[in-house]
Write a new protein. Structure first.
Length: 484
């Protein structure tokens, strides 16, 4: 309370000393509680304004940095008292130490709060932080604030990229300071979802640098590097091949991460996602399997981690031997459980994995017949890809015999497949037609009854779309369906 009172003193020196003392004591959780109860936050926010001496504002920013650290409640109080714009102003024009403290405070305030991030961006935080990063040899706080600004916002990701911090961030991945490596990896991870930015990050030499820190002594650096690679590889075949060519040693490093139970679930999830993207391509797929990824993927699958199902989906599409090896470990049962109990993403990936695990394998299809009703339900999923992969899995599984075909019919699979026709993707059309064809083995009458004029017109469009393979599949379906 005494220090809080001194913040109101007319003496600049008293204000500076009080704010400096508060900055140091706020490193203690117990002290932070007492300081907040003494109503210090409004006064500290007031001292950020340019009407006060720069030295006073510097110490106030440092105190707010500590108060906002890992405490959303205090962060909201600080934001409520108007700290964001003055902190950005200090990053732009304050003394060197004020810039650093203000960047750190802003980093903490933005974390997980999209409203504050938007307000900070409007106040000019991105060019200010980029300038700070460019001028200084290294600044973990500026990197961290930019990383938090980049999270979940395409517009801010593009703005940060245009501020030309990409190459500096890649260079800082090898810095001796752990906090700087953490923040650099986080910034790259949060910029990488943008398709155009992915390519520029790779051109800046990120793949080798990220591969190198997958073995970092710091767990957070590993996690963020794995996340950066997952985002760079996601839906980008060229980046996957570039990563495999430039740094093939990333594969055993990623496998090591998914095996380390001492690491966080997020770390193992990110590494599994990166491996799954590598496994989606021919050359890297063999390397991922040869690196021993099968057992750790299965272990993650048992924990209900969706990305493990995606990895198994991409591994199992190439070789019958891989399917057999994965099936021996109980993969089918765990995928069935995930389809029934997982979240939307887990169900989608598990359906895709079942589709590939049962393709060309009646033995695996027989093991999976119990999942037919759940797959029929998944045909109604809002995510088109989940519905399409469910159709693909059904196409393979119901081939086993009349019983699973009837179970699918009873679960409304034909009606759901018909409803899927207007929104199915070009890649999903084949899966949909194959599912209808498989159901028609013993349930042609039920399929005919469920297909009206609109559905038949869609099938004609599929037939005439210029895809020769799809044309053949539609003809096969119509022949099996018979008259009508």
């Amino acid at each position: 309370p005494k220090l809080t009172e001194l913040l109101k003193s007319p003496s600049d020196i008293a204000q500076e000393n009080a704010a400096g003392a508060l900055m140091h004591v706020t490193m203690s959780k117990e002290a932070r509680v007492a300081i907040v109860q003494a109503d210090a936050i409004p006064r500290l926010c007031e001292l950020l304004k340019p009407t006060y001496e720069p030295e006073v504002s510097t110490q106030a920013a440092g105190a707010l940095l500590n108060l906002a650290s890992d405490c959303p409640e205090y962060s909201k109080m600080i934001v409520k008292h108007g700290a964001v714009a003055p902190l950005v102003a200090l990053i732009k024009d304050g003394p060197t130490l004020a810039k650093e403290y203000s960047a750190g405070a802003l980093m903490n305030l933005i974390r997980g709060d999209i409203v504050v991030a938007a307000d900070a961006a409007k106040a000019g935080a991105i060019p200010a932080l980029a300038a700070l990063l460019t001028k200084s040899t290294a600044n973990a706080e500026a990197l961290g604030a930019l990383a938090n600004l980049a999270s979940s916002s395409s517009d801010r990701q593009i703005a940060i990229y245009k501020a030309q911090v990409t190459r500096k961030s890649v260079m800082l991945l090898s810095h001796e300071d752990t906090e700087i490596r953490r923040s650099a990896a986080a910034l790259i991870m949060n910029l990488a979802p943008q398709t155009k930015i992915k390519e520029r990050i790779v051109e800046a030499g990120a793949l080798k640098a990220l591969a190198a820190v997958l073995t970092d002594e710091d767990a957070a650096v590993k996690e963020r590097a794995a996340g950066a690679l997952a985002n760079l590889f996601n839906d980008h075949s060229a980046n996957v091949h570039a990563g495999f060519q430039q740094a093939p040693d990333m594969i055993p490093s990623l496998v090591a991460i998914i095996q380390q139970r001492s690491l966080s679930e997020d770390a193992r999830r990110q590494a599994a996602h990166a491996l799954a993207m590598l496994a989606a391509e021919d050359g890297p797929c063999d390397a991922v399997w040869s690196a021993g990824s099968g057992p750790p993927f299965l272990a993650l699958l048992k924990e209900g981690i969706a990305e493990a199902a995606l990895g198994i989906m991409n591994l199992s599409w190439r070789w019958p031997e891989v399917k057999q090896e994965l099936a021996k470990g109980g993969t089918i049962d765990h995928l069935m459980k995930m389809v029934k109990t997982g979240d939307a993403t887990a169900k989608e990936y598990a359906a895709g994995a079942l589709m590939n695990m049962t393709a060309g394998s009646l033995e695996n299809g027989e093991k999976a017949v119990g999942i037919v009703p759940a797959l029929a339900e998944l045909l109604k999923a809002e995510a088109t890809q989940a519905a399409e992969w469910s159709a693909g899995a059904l196409a393979n599984i119901v081939r086993v015999g009349a019983e699973p075909q009837k179970a699918a019919i009873d679960a409304g699979a034909v009606q759901s497949l018909a409803a899927l026709m207007p929104r199915v993707s070009p890649n999903g059309r084949t899966l949909l037609v194959l599912a209808l064809t498989s159901l028609s083995d013993s349930q042609a009458a039920a399929v005919r009854q469920a297909l009206g004029a609109k559905e038949k017109q869609k099938l004609r469009e599929f037939r005439d779309c210029g895809d020769a393979e799809l044309n053949d599949y539609v003809h096969t379906f119509v022949d099996k369906l018979g008259s009508g």
